[in-house]
Unconditional design. Sequence first.
Length: 153
Amino acid sequence: MITRRTTLSLLAASTAVLATRPAFAMEPPVYAEDGIAIDGADPVAFFSLAEDDDPVIGSAEHALEWNGATWHFASAENRALFEADPEAYAPAFGGYCAFAAARGYVASTVPEAWSVVDGRLFLNYSLRIRRRWLREIPDAIAQGDANWPALLG
């Protein structure tokens, strides 16, 4: 038989369980493995690379904290350029995959799958996904812009 006392006990127990249930975390504003943005690649250097060049890896010696992540740079000059105008050099969509952002979700990226389009740095999950994303420009960029930043949760 369910009594008032049993009902109150069950209610109290369920409230305690709900209170200790972990909350769903929002995605951080910048995709960063172990706190390091772009796996340590220098975001400023992408803007002077040829399309098939490998990313330039920065160093902790020229690191900067911005927007919840640590950014590495190949030189003090590149760090100063970024510090003066981080939005000009930081990857679009917080460094999350541009292809995924266009489709309404977030995904990790690798620095090798990069593109600079109309003065913006974009990263993708893989080189294969980058090739697919490039075929869909400019619609993919417009869709990613429309989806961002609501994708962070």
